[in-house]
Design a protein around this ligand. Structure first.
Ligand code: PRX
Length: 647
């Protein structure tokens, strides 16, 4: 197999704005470089120093014990995550500071101070104990985006129960499989949650799931929507009734640094979900440090990460990172286009959000809905924008910068994974000049490289496989119940180094350009092209909102390029546009990437977290029936439509 040919050309560079730089935690490229150098010459020394920013109940003996590929960070240290996120702020300068600003989809707003959140968490920790949950037990959380979800997570960490959050958009089957795989003892849910004006029947899904979950003994139900739900005597209890009776005092349990904090199942775009296990001390340290430096978080910020707590981004950057830093984190329950396509912008305006962190899939949707929606609102409170989850096409990046950021806000394109726990490759907004579509440089202590199939660095500008060469504190520790799969999946391909599964290129400035999953690489006439780069060329055309490119087996070329294209609102999708787009890709990339086939579609099939499911599109392009797991499909009707168009 040859390496990956990178064809994306992008020459724009945006230095940090001087006013931003002056006030930033890290103020210049030189400062970043000096600290980075220090951090990789002696990563253990660097992380050991940083560990002093957390509150430990027992000091650790060694920063790292590395029996590749199994790591222990802060060996024999003990701490409690909820104490780091809550108690120390309450005992310190922030008891009355707002910890969470919450907005429900119907429009209600709640604010919880650090002192109030701590009381909620202690109460719920006592409720869990009362229902027989002990240190080391697994607790399922299947909830809407409401403050109780964050409180439930923190309550688990207070007593040392390992949480397993399942995204509220998943089905009963997904809940059942995840509860069984993790052998959960209790599940926290709500009667329902609001999504695009409708009610998601969470409790009904739990009831269906529990028909085949023998380990789950209790269900705690938050009353959110007030619809009628049957309560099974002896098993189901109401959150509010339990909380009323519970004491607001609960001492935080000192936990070993390596104590399993949570399990999170990655749905991914292929294969059976894996229960990724994260530990306590190392995870919290890297999450807290990245939140501070990547988002340049200050006490006065109103920080909004739009991720659902069902994803790792929700764990690390809605709940734990901001709270550990004493920040104010904004949570929104519902859809971005309810009641109108400007809902997010009205939230930014109403709460004067200063930092906004979202996903490329959302940005491309905003772009498609049109500039008029953000233009209706005052977005001048924003000072920093972020993106995560997929490669962002340079044109979507430019739109984000111009229309949402008013050409004023730096953009941090943060590369990381459920498995990495925290951000790994990213700009620091006051220090690192950005280039649209690049995650730029590694975070402190992180040593990534782009290698060929033999594990040798490929050198500047060449495409290859993205690996991480040294262990990092927030790395996954194992796959729950399946350490062999952990070794097989991440550490076999290049022995002793971590294989991310992503393709990438490093440019002459050492900037990383992530090309997406390596299974999204197509071999066209001997060139291995990352689909993301061809998609970016398509999206750079003014009539295109979104595109997905897949290969179709072709006798002559190996693969033919099939492009699924969603035009912008108001565009006629016809033969003329097809010809125009083919010419456009040739102009942007070259004749080697000329699309063989362009199919117009109103929407693309996506995973629940918004990643395009190219596997399904490949099957459609090849005329095959869909195979494999489709439980993560956002919208089955999209798939049916694409099929119809084919017939
Ligand atoms: O392919 C990369 C892509 O998302 C994958 C990780 O997905 P998940 O575990 O769901 O975590 C998402 C939130 C961290 C990566 O292997 N990815 C994530 N962020 C970026 C990205 N690709 C390019 N640029 C990014 N900033």
């Amino acid at each position: 197999m040859s390496d990956i040919d990178s064809v994306l050309k992008e020459a724009r560079v945006f230095p940090p704005p001087p006013e931003f730089q002056k006030k930033a935690h890290i103020k210049s490229l030189d400062e970043y470089r000096a600290l980075y150098k220090r951090s990789v010459e002696d990563p253990e020394g660097f992380w050991a120093e940083q560990a002093a920013t957390l509150e430990w109940t027992r000091k650790w003996d060694r920063a790292l014990e590395w029996n590749a590929p199994f790591a222990k960070w802060f060996v024999n240290g003990a701490l409690n995550l909820s104490a780091n996120c809550l108690d120390r702020h309450v005992a310190g300068p922030r008891p009355d500071k707002t910890a969470i600003i919450w907005e429900g989809e119907p429009g209600e707003v709640r604010r919880l101070t650090y002192a109030e959140l701590l009381r909620e968490v202690c109460r719920f920790a006592n409720v869990l104990k009362g229902l027989g949950v002990k240190k080391g037990d697994r607790v399922g959380i299947y909830m809407p985006m409401i403050p109780e979800a964050a409180a439930a997570m923190l309550a688990c960490t207070r007593i040392g129960a390992t949480h397993n959050v399942v995204f509220g958009g998943f089905s009963a089957e997904a809940v059942r499989d995840r509860m069984n795989d993790s052998e959960a003892k209790l599940i926290v849910t709500a009667d329902g949650g609001y999504r695009r004006g409708a009610v998601v029947p969470l409790k009904a899904n739990v009831d269906a799931a529990l028909a085949a979950c023998p380990t789950v003994k209790h269900v705690v139900v938050v009353k959110r929507t007030g619809q009628d739900v049957p309560m099974q005597a002896g098993r189901d209890v109401w959150w509010h009734e339990q909380m009323e009776k519970a004491s607001a005092e609960c001492a935080p349990e000192p936990l070993d640094s390596e104590h399993p904090l949570f399990i999170l199942y990655t749905s991914g775009t292929t294969g059976k979900p894996k229960g990724v296990v994260h530990s306590t001390g190392g995870y919290l340290l890297q999450v807290a440090l990245t939140t501070k430096y990547v988002f340049d978080l200050k006490d006065e910020d109103v920080y909004w990460c739009t991720a659902d707590i069902g994803w790792v981004t929700g764990h690390s950057y809605v709940v734990y990172g901001p709270l550990c830093n004493g920040g104010t984190t904004l949570m929104y329950e519902g859809a971005p286009n309810h009641p109108g396509p400007d809902r997010f912008w009205s939230i930014v305006e109403r709460h004067k959000a200063t930092i906004f962190y979202t996903a490329p899939t959302a940005i491309r949707a905003f772009l498609r809905w049109g500039d008029q929606w953000p233009k209706k609102h005052d977005l001048t409170s924003l000072r920093l924008l972020g993106t995560v989850g997929e490669p962002i096409n340079p044109e979507a990046w430019m739109w984000y910068r111009r229309v949402i950021g008013g050409d004023r806000c730096p953009i941090v394109d943060t590369w990381w994974q459920t498995e990495t726990g925290a951000i790994m490759i990213t700009p620091l907004p006051g220090a690192i000049p950005t280039k649209p579509g690049s995650g730029t440089l590694p975070f402190f202590g992180v040593v990534p490289e782009v290698v060929d199939k033999d594990g040798q660095p490929v050198g500047p500008e060449a495409g290859g496989y993205l690996v991480i060469q040294k262990p990092w504190p927030s790395m996954l520790r194992t796959i729950y119940g399946d350490p062999e799969r952990y070794v097989e999946q991440y550490w076999k391909r290049f022995p002793g180094i971590y294989f991310t599964g992503d393709g990438a290129r490093k440019d002459k400035d050492g900037y990383f350009w992530i090309m997406g999953r390596v299974d999204d690489v197509i071999n066209v006439a001997g060139h291995r092209l990352g689909t993301m780069e061809i998609e970016s060329a398509l999206v750079s055309h003014p009539k295109v909102a979104e595109a997905a490119v897949v290969g179709r087996p072709d006798e002559l070329k190996g693969s033919a390029l099939v492009c699924f294209v969603t035009p912008r609102s108001g565009t006629t999708a016809d033969e003329a546009l097809r010809t125009e787009l083919k010419g456009h890709v040739v102009k942007e990339i070259g004749a080697l990437a000329r699309p063989d086939d362009i199919r117009f579609t109103e929407a693309l099939p996506k995973t629940r977290s918004g990643k395009i499911m190219r596997r399904l599109l490949r099957d459609i392009a090849a005329g095959k029936a869909t195979v494999g797991d489709t439980t993560t499909l956002e919208d089955y009707s999209v798939l049916a439509k694409l099929r119809e168009e084919e017939e």
